[in-house]
Structure formats: structure tokens, C-alpha cells
Design a protein around this ligand. Structure first.
Ligand code: GCU
Length: 833
């Protein structure tokens, strides 16, 4: 019914309004753009409005440049776009326009439906144009005398793109910026990205990975960066780059990269001058140094301020850029045997005494929590320590620890736990959002960054639903008090449809998604219990947090779990907060349950405020989370036929996959902790799966039983794999269940290294066949092992089964993937095993 869409326009599709709704709008005949040079956002805005009117209302409007003063009362309405100043110079009356902040805009529809879109600057005019269009696309009239100002001047994204075209923590295909160590020739997607960014007020981007490479600054790439800047400038998006600290040594051939060495200073001076030639409006440099193996000033016996100031001076000599120095500095070889050690302490320890030492064009970029984008963390206490040095808060739109876009996880509810948090600096209200806006400490340069990592897939993030986070990120940087339901509903109307079933379905799934994910991946503040020592950060691996120097410890043993971060007996981290907050987190009694294990080491039998024990809460939450994840796909089906089939199926596939992987998570975590503490689930669910047939108990031909490591990543700790890598294996079993209708689920492992093929027969009937090609479909790298990342499930609904039927699974291996199977479940309708 609806033509298929691939997501390339994101929320800027400008779907036509129904003719009834469209008829309520005036005919807009003229667009007056008060500037017309190629790179001007005002010109871009005029063209965008012309395009939007055509799409949404099927109206043709002309673009002109001469202002006709006085309200146009007859004939088609006019839309004027420009800055407040240009409007005034052209003879317009600006006396009624309130003072605007940088990037702010005035949007006004008069009694005759003429529209004024006037920005404080040209970017502001473009933001106003998008605001007008996004209302129009939802069938809403232009407001009158509407003033809109951003909360903070810095509203940037970070891309972790590598020069070779890969993206660190990217889940949507290769880079749109780089390929084969150089900037790509065709930057069409880069302009399209800038358009999406501008539409939600994002005004800057760091285009390359914080783990940077010296070749970024080769002559060819400097010119390439100039082309990227040119592609984004018409959208009001300015670019900056992340630097590799040792570039002077590696690219420059110097003997050192010491920030106080005159040769090093001269090197950066020269590079900076060259970069400004290509990118005159450079936003500046982002620095990751002395972090996770990266060199930095400490490598050369200098302070962090010495390092930051070297770049700051170079930028000052040539332009107006800023140095953004990341606070993510920590030792990843921490000694776990010392209970006082704590990675969470690192940022404050490194930066608290640096506050007055940075140049005035240095900002510190702080991840929202002190560890690393976990499913729940307390606000970083560093926000309370830097008062002179302005800060940028770092979020992640890329769902690195939050399901990598293969699980739905709408992030504003998480962001709000941070932005609305009151740090009570000096006993005064100090909401994080007021600190990063600059208001609390009186800064004029501060704000937001988010690691986004769009890729070249047409969906940008690898999943249509995940795009709500990019849209919401922009909305929150503009107004951190935004209502998360309003935001998802606006996005849904723009992205899919205004049909109430569509809006309600997307809203309810989105609003439940983060708590659901938290429930089945790591609750009570224990963090996302995924594999952290290998690169993938995806599936369950609860033992990976401990036993290494990375410092994401849970300190779980047979009796107790959680990090003691109190001042009295623990690492002292709680004491890094201002006193009122510190006191609250110091005591178990006043620590909220959802952060209990972040701050305290307690027995599994400790009673929570809810009255449940810690361990029973674990079991119950994982069951609740996984059970709710089962409802997403069936609920999504309510919108079939109300949106195009391509996007409907794309999302459906992911929700079904998520439902299966949520069960993998639930069982892994629950089995792991049950084995650890030997306390059974009061409800008898953990370890008891009456509807499962374990593959290892089937009759096997060409298949053999193998143990799985870690044991909890397989039901019963074992699975089967084919005994050869080129011949199929068969697993058979006689159905022991009563005859009836069942949903049949097959749990298997889909890892890298090959694409196995599977067939399932019941009573001689082919029920389904499939391929182990998930990494190609979901666009992120699973592991190359049979583990919690690659464990997955396929389900065949409503199959009629007779007791005594033979079920037969045939797996054909490929490469190193030996058609591994864990178990088969026969689920009576409505039952989740
Ligand atoms: C995380 C992430 C890394 C990244 C790092 C950073 O640890 O897994 O890939 O480089 O954060 O923010 O610098």
C-alpha cells in the first residue's frame, strides 16, 4: 500500500499530508531568502522549504531575494528567511522580536499566514526553517511569535570513523567519510548527514575516531577535510578533528611528542595553520590521551594541562577553535586485589586540580557516568569539580553497551537520569543540564557531544527504530527539559505515520525499551554484564567484568556482590560528590536500589527497599525483562499495513531477534549467579525448562556434543556441532509433548567464520529453513565463538505437532561455523520458556 522506504531521509521524509489536512493550509507562493551564496544556511533553508512544500503540500513556491515590506494580505503567502539583522537591513520591522541567543530563531505566522523565519545567525534561520517544516509535516500550523533558543552553544556529534573506512563501535556499515586511508571522493552522504543534524539543531562534528591516526593530517587528507567541511557548511555544521598525540613522532619524524618541546610546538603550529587553510571555520581538536594505551602528555612526564594547552595555543595563533580534552583518562591495568582501587575515581583524581590551569579555549569532555556508557551509572562527579573549565557532556547514540541497535533502546529516559540529577554543588541547585548549559558556573562555551557512528547503510544506524535516538539527541541538546514521550511521538509521526496505532505502538515499545533492556542485562547498578575484555561489548558474559585490570568490577563471590565505593570502607568514590550527594550514596539505606551495587558490596540475601533479596531481584528482573521483550514483536505487528512493508519487516526482524537474545541474556545471567551463590530461584524457573529438548540429548548423526565456554551461554552448558566441516549433521528426537499447536524455537549459534544452513522437520514436514547470516543482516560483528554474543533463536509460530512425531534438525556447516545447535523448545501459545 505504501511504497517501500529505505530510511535515507530519516525523519525528513516530508510525507504528503492527506488532501483534507493539506487543504487547511494557505498556498505559499514565495520564499524570500535574504542571502543567496552557495554555502549560506539561509539559502539552504529556502531550498529545503521549497522541497518540503512540494512534498508535504504539493505546492510550488518560488525563491526570491528581495523583501517586500509590509504584510502581504492577498494572494499566496510569503515565507521570509534570514537573520534578524538582515531582515532589519532590508527594511523589516524587528521591534517585536525578543532577544535571541546564538543559533536561536523567531518563527512567526501572521494573520494572513505569511511566515517569518528569522535567526540570530544564519544557522538559527535554518533551524527555524526545519522547525516550520517539521510542524507542517505533522499537519500543524505555524505558530505566531514563537521564540526558540538552544540550551547550550555546543551541540556536537562525534564519529569514531577510522581512515580505513571501519568505524569503532559502528553498527551500520562502513564510514561515509573515509575509505582506504583517505577522505572519500563522493561526500553525498556527508551532506545528507549534515541535513539530518541541522534539522535538530546539531552544529558541529568531530569526523574521526578518538583513537586517531597520524595519516589524518597527511596533505591529501587535509584537503579532504576541507571538502568535508564544504559539504557540511551549507547546513551550518562545522567540523573538527580528533588528534593522535604522537603525530609529531610518527608523521613528523621528530624524536619526541613532548608538549613542551619547541620542535613539537612548531609541528602542531604548522599543521594547525595548514588545517585552517582548508577549514577556516574549524571547531577545533578533540584529544584522547593517556587512555586505553594512547600516548599523551603523561607519557612525556608532563601534565594533562601541558598537553591541552599546547593544542590550545596552536589554535589561538590561527583561528577560533577550541581544544576538547577528554576526561576519559584512566589506568586499565588496575590491581584488582586492592579493594581501594577504583577506575571510577580516575577522572576526578586526574582533573580536579587542573581547573585553573587550562587555557581559556580548553574544554573538558566528560562521559555521563564515570565508567563507560553503561546501562545505568550515576552522574560523573567531575561535573561538580570543574568550575572554571567549561565542560561538554558525552553521550552515546551508538548503543555500544545497549544492544548495538539490534535491541531497541530509546535513550532519553536514561539521559534524563543524568541531566536532571542535582549535584548540589556548594549546597545549591546544580542540575547537570544547568552545568553543561553554562548557566551554573557562568560559561559561554559548553554543551553536548554524542558518539553517533552513522554508517553507509541507508538506515544510518543499522536500524530504523534506533534513529529516534539521533533525533532525540538533537532535541535534548536544544532543550534538555524536553518530554521524552513528546519527542518519540514527534519522531514517529515524521518517520512513520501520524496514525494513532503507529504512534501509540512506537511510543509504548520505545518507552519500555530501556528499563526492559536494563532488566535483562544488568540491574541494581551492576552495569551491563556483557563481555568487556574482548572487543564486542554485546552479549552476556558476567564473569568478564572481574579478573582483569579494566576496573569494571562487580566483586561477585559466593556470598556477596557489588563495589564498595563508600568513603568509610570502600574506594572513597562516593566522597567525590558534593556533601549532600555523597552522604546519600555513602549509606545503603539512602542509596536507591537501582544504584545499590554500584556503591555497595552486599550479600545476595540483602533485602532491597522492595522487600526482595538481591538475588531474587536479579532472577525476577531478568524474567520480567525477557518476558516484556517477547511482547515487542507481536505489538509491532499491529502496524502492519499502516507503514511501508520494507521498514515494517526490517523492524519486525530485529524485534524477533531481540526477543530471542533477551532469553539468552536472561538464562546466562541467572544461571551464572545461581551457580555462584547456590541460592535457588524462589519461583523455580532458573535451571528448569520443561519445554526444552536439549540438542545434546537428541539422536545425533554427524553431530557431536561439545561443552560451551562460558557454561552459562548454553542451556545445560552444552551444544552440538557437526563432526566435519563439509558434511551435514542430523539431530532427531521424538516429540514427548501432548499433541497440539506449539511455537517451536530453535536456539543455535550464529558466529563469524561461515554461513551454516539449517532445516527443521517435524513429522516429516519441513517447518523451516534458514541460514546463519545474522552478522550480514544486523550489520555488526558477532563473535567468532559459540558464546553469549552468537547465541540466537529462531521461532516458527503455530505449528501443529503430534506426540510421537519425530523432529529432525539438519545442519550444514560452512567454514569454521559447524552448524551449532543448543536446544529446541516447544512452547504452547502464550508461554515463554
Ligand atoms: C570505550 C569503547 C572504546 C572507545 C573508548 C573511548 O571503551 O569501548 O571503543 O575507544 O570507550 O571512549 O575512548
Amino acid at each position: 500500500m505504501f511504497p517501500d522506504e529505505n530510511g535515507i531521509d530519516g525523519w525528513l521524509r516530508y510525507a504528503p499530508l492527506s488532501s483534507e489536512l493539506a487543504s487547511q493550509f494557505k498556498r505559499y507562493g514565495n520564499i524570500i531568502a535574504l542571502r543567496n551564496d552557495e554555502s549560506s544556511p539561509v539559502r539552504t533553508a529556502a531550498k529545503e522549504i521549497q522541497h518540503g512544500l512540494k512534498r508535504i503540500l504539493n505546492q510550488e513556491a518560488n525563491i526570491g531575494h528581495d523583501l517586500i515590506t509590509g504584510s502581504q494580505v492577498e494572494g499566496p503567502a510569503t515565507i521570509v528567511i534570514g537573520t534578524v539583522n538582515s531582515f532589519s537591513h532590508a527594511g523589516g520591522d524587528v521591534s517585536h522580536i525578543a532577544q535571541l541567543k546564538e543559533d536561536g530563531f523567531w518563527l512567526h505566522g501572521d494573520d494572513y499566514d505569511n511566515v517569518q523565519i528569522l535567526g540570530q545567525n544564519e544557522r538559527g534561520a535554518l533551524y527555524g526553517a526545519f522547525a516550520f517544516l517539521m510542524l507542517l509535516a505533522q499537519g500543524k500550523q505555524c505558530p505566531s511569535a514563537h521564540v526558540s533558543n538552544p540550551s547550550a552553544p555546543i551541540r556536537w556529534v562525534n564519529q569514531w570513523d577510522n581512515l580505513d573506512g571501519s568505524i569503532e563501535r559502528g553498527y551500520a556499515g562502513p564510514s561515509i567519510f573515509f575509505r582506504d586511508m583517505v577522505v572519500q571522493d563522493d561526500l553525498t552522504r556527508v551532506s545528507q548527514y549534515a541535513r539530518l543534524m541541522a534539522s535538530v539543531g546539531l552544529n558541529g562534528i568531530i569526523v574521526n575516531n578518538v583513537n586517531s591516526h597520524h595519516d589524518l593530517l597527511s596533505p591529501r587528507n587535509l584537503a579532504g577535510l576541507g571538502r568535508i567541511a564544504n559539504a557540511m557548511r551549507p547546513w551550518g555544521v562545522r567540523i573538527g578533528v580528533a588528534l593522535f598525540f604522537d603525530t609529531p613522532k610518527i608523521l613528523g619524524g621528530l624524536s619526541t611528542s613532548d608538549p613542551l618541546d619547541p620542535g613539537v610546538i612548531a609541528f602542531w603550529d604548522k599543521i594547525t595553520a595548514q588545517l585552517y587553510q582548508h577549514v577556516p571555520d574549524l571547531i577545533g581538536y578533540l584529544i584522547k590521551a593517556n587512555s586505553e594505551g594512547q600516548p599523551g602528555p603523561l607519557t612525556y612526564g608532563r601534565t594533562l594541562a601541558d598537553g591541552a594547552n599546547m593544542f590550545a595555543d596552536a589554535l589561538k595563533r590561527h583561528g577560533a577553535g577550541v581544544v576538547v580534552y577528554r576526561a576519559f583518562v584512566y589506568n586499565h591495568h588496575l590491581d584488582e586485589s586492592n579493594w581501594k582501587n577504583d577506575r571510577a575515581n580516575a577522572a576526578v583524581e586526574y582533573f580536579k586540580d587542573m581547573d585553573s590551569l587550562f587555557e581559556d579555549n580548553v574544554l573538558v569532555q566528560i562521559k555521563y557516568g564515570p565508567i563507560d556508557f553503561q546501562v545505568r551509572e550515576p552522574t560523573s562527579p567531575l561535573f561538580a569539580h570543574l568550575r572554571k573549565t567549561p565542560t561538554i557532556i558525552e553521550f552515546q547514540v551508538a548503543q555500544e553497551y545497549l544492544g548495538q541497535q539490534s535491541h531497541v533502546c530509546y535513550l532519553p529516559p536514561l539521559w534524563k537520569t543524568i541531566l536532571d540529577f542535582d549535584l548540589r554543588v556548594d549546597g545549591k541547585p546544580s542540575l547537570v543540564r544547568d552545568i553543561v548549559s553554562g548557566e551554573r558556573f557562568g560559561w559561554n562555551q559548553s554543551g553536548y557531544a554524542a558518539v553517533v557512528n552513522v554508517g553507509s547503510d541507508s538506515t544510518w544506524l543499522g536500524s530504523h527504530l534506533a534513529m529516534s535516538n539521533l533525533y532525540a539527541y538533537g532535541r535534548y541538546t536544544w532543550d534538555p527539559t524536553s518530554n521524552e514521550v513528546d519527542v518519540i511521538q514527534d519522531w514517529t509521526r515524521l518517520t512513520f505515520s501520524s496514525h494513532s496505532t503507529v504512534v501509540d505502538t512506537v511510543t509504548s515499545i520505545s518507552m519500555e525499551s530501556w528499563p526492559t533492556y536494563e532488566n535483562y542485562t544488568g540491574n541494581l547498578g551492576i552495569q551491563t554484564l556483557c563481555e568487556i575484555t574482548k572487543t564486542c561489548h554485546y552479549g552476556p558474559r558476567p564473569d568478564a567484568a572481574d579478573g582483569n585490570g579494566w576496573g569494571q568490577w562487580t566483586r561477585a563471590d559466593a556470598h556477596a556482590i557489588g563495589m564498595d565505593r563508600t568513603v568509610a570502607t570502600g574506594t572513597g568514590y562516593a566522597g567525590q560528590y558534593p556533601v549532600e550527594v555523597a552522604e546519600k550514596f555513602e549509606k545503603v539505606k539512602t542509596t536507591p536500589d537501582d544504584l545499590l551495587l554500584w556503591f555497595h558490596h552486599v550479600p545476595y540475601t540483602h533485602k532491597l527497599k522492595s522487600g526482595k533479596t538481591v538475588i531474587q531481584h536479579f532472577y525476577d528482573a531478568h524474567y520480567e525483562g525477557a518476558a516484556n521483550a517477547q511482547t515487542f514483536a507481536p505489538r509491532w505487528k499491529a502496524i502492519q499495513g499502516l507503514i511501508d512493508d520494507s521498514r515494517f519487516q526490517h523492524v519486525l526482524f530485529r524485534l524477533v531477534y531481540q526477543a530471542g537474545h533477551a532469553i539468552v541474556w536472561r538464562d546466562s545471567i541467572n544461571e551464572f549467579y545461581k551457580a555462584k551463590c547456590s541460592i535457588p530461584d524462589e519461583q523455580g524457573r532458573v535451571g528448569n525448562y520443561p519445554w526444552r529438548i536439549e540438542a545434546e540429548s537428541m539422536d545425533l548423526t554427524g553431530y557431536a556434543v561439545v561443552p560451551i565456554t562460558p557454561f552459562e551461554a548454553a542451556s545445560g552448558g552444552k551444544a552440538i556441532i557437526t563432526t566435519s566441516n563439509d558434511k551435514p549433521g542430523t539431530a532427531k528426537y521424538t516429540v514427548p509433548f501432548e499433541s497440539g499447536v506449539y511455537n517451536i524455537a530453535v536456539n543455535y549459534y550464529d558466529h563469524l567464520g561461515g554461513t551454516s544452513q539449517y532445516k527443521l522437520f517435524v513429522g516429516g514436514q519441513l517447518i523451516g529453513e534458514w541460514a546463519g547470516d545474522l552478522s550480514k543482516v544486523l550489520l555488526h560483528d558477532f563473535s567468532d565463538l559459540r558464546d553469549g554474543h552468537s547465541a540466537t533463536r529462531i521461532t516458527f509460530d503455530t505449528v501443529h505437532v503430534n506426540k510421537g512425531d519425530v523432529i529432525e534438525l539438519i545442519g550444514t556447516p560452512d567454514g569454521t561455523e559447524l552448524a551449532p545447535i543448543d536446544y529446541v523448545s516447544f512452547l504452547p501459545p502464550g508461554l515463554v520458556d
